[in-house]
Write a protein that binds this ligand. Structure first.
Ligand SMILES: Cc1cc2nc3c(=O)[nH]c(=O)nc-3n(C[C@H](O)[C@H](O)[C@H](O)COP(=O)(O)O)c2cc1C
Length: 225
């Protein structure tokens, strides 16, 4: 796939075919992805790649944790930040949520469908594979986050070349306690993000939306051009 087309066509995929992703394909994607740049070539990332039983176990554990009255562990505060009311960021969050719920036929008052949607997110949108990216707790979160972002987008773009779709998911690492137990992530690692990955189900209505973007000219200040 051409690079420009890949950048343009990448979108979050929230419905997948029930078709496993071969380990060789995931290996190729990750081999390409670790070419991503990082601060001082720190490469402050480690990938936990899950499929089959461990992933199914984690999907169940996430949903169980969501249904329990206990909230997420304190250590996950860095990914659970909500945009402030009255800001453009909040407006954009509401807008994308509305678009998704409209196309999925989930009404404002339909609590059952809303909960099912949230649980779907905790099940990595029923993807056949998921990648959890972690970094060292000893490194400051700010720099690590930048580097993790670069490698995350690289995974998403590389995946497209193999016919795969992805959804980057903070939701997927909300219950770090459950994940640590099942995947055995050591305490000195910080969970940074999850990526649901699989073959897109193009009949799934949630995959039909293209999220809007601010006009380029509104986010660029030209200097000397
Ligand atoms: C760090 C990060 C965390 C995200 N977490 C979630 C998530 O928990 N659930 C979800 O459905 N989408 C999540 N997304 C996807 C965004 O909602 C999506 O990228 C955005 O709406 C733009 O849409 P697009 O990816 O289709 O272009 C996340 C994206 C990023 C970059």
């Amino acid at each position: 796939m051409e690079l420009q087309a890949a950048i343009e066509q990448r979108k979050s995929i929230r419905g997948f075919l029930d078709k496993p992703v071969p380990k060789e394909v995931l290996t190729q994607i990750l081999t390409l992805s670790v070419r991503a740049p990082s601060t001082k070539n720190a490469q402050p990332w480690h990938f936990y790649v899950l499929a089959k039983e461990p992933l199914e176990q984690l999907k169940r554990a996430n949903v169980e944790r969501f249904r329990s009255p206990e909230g997420p562990p304190e250590e996950m505060a860095h990914v659970l930040v909500e945009p402030e009311k009255g800001t453009v960021y909040r407006d954009r969050q509401i807008d994308i949520g509305k678009r998704l719920f409209t196309i999925m036929g989930i009404g404002r008052e339909d609590k059952a469908k809303r909960i099912e949607w949230v649980e779907r997110g905790f099940r990595y949108f029923d993807a056949p594979a998921a990648i959890i990216i972690v970094g060292d707790k000893s490194r400051p979160i700010e720099g690590t986050y930048m580097d993790a972002g670069l490698v995350t987008q690289t995974v998403c773009l590389a995946a497209l070349d193999f016919g795969l779709g992805t959804c980057i998911e903070n939701q997927g690492i909300t219950y770090s306690d459950a994940i640590r137990k099942i995947v055995q992530i050591p305490d000195d690692k910080r969970l940074l993000v999850a990526i649901a990955i699989g073959y897109p189900d193009w009949d799934f209505s949630g995959n039909q939306i293209t999220s809007p973007r601010e006009d380029m000219e509104n986010v660029v200040t030209w200097c000397g051009l």
